[in-house]
Design a protein around this ligand. Structure first.
Ligand SMILES: [Zn+2]
Length: 113
């Protein structure tokens, strides 16, 4: 259900930006979604369609660009992409790792007219 809140934010930010640009219509919104963010694009699209009704974003298409998870070992500083749920450093086998990417969700750009 946390897609509802993020969809509200997306609509609000998109409308603010479009307003600033004095646009009359939002055509496409390009979003970056991290692999670990837990957001389901279909759910965001669903809420977006609902929340953008009767706004200039009503007919906007959402485009999702997925970014992979990125981890870093606290022990040897190796950066790696985790395999499934195994969060172990491939170099030194340490399990002391930190997430350095893949949790984000943000508007990368949008097209208006
Ligand atoms: Zn390591």
């Amino acid at each position: 259900m946390h897609e509802f809140g993020i969809s509200e934010s997306i609509v609000k930010i998109a409308l603010d930006k479009a307003n600033e640009a004095q646009a009359s219509k939002i055509i496409q919104i390009n979003l970056v979604v991290g692999e670990l963010s837990g957001f389901v694009p279909d759910c965001i699209q669903f809420y977006f369609d609902f929340l953008s009704k009767e706004t200039i974003a009503e007919e906007a298409t959402l485009h999702f660009e997925s970014v992979p998870a990125q981890f870093r070992c606290r022990n040897c500083s190796t950066a790696f992409h985790p395999q499934d749920t195994l969060w172990t450093c491939p170099k030194c086998q340490s399990q002391s790792v930190e997430v350095t990417g893949g949790r984000e969700l943000y508007i990368e750009s949008m097209e208006v007219e």
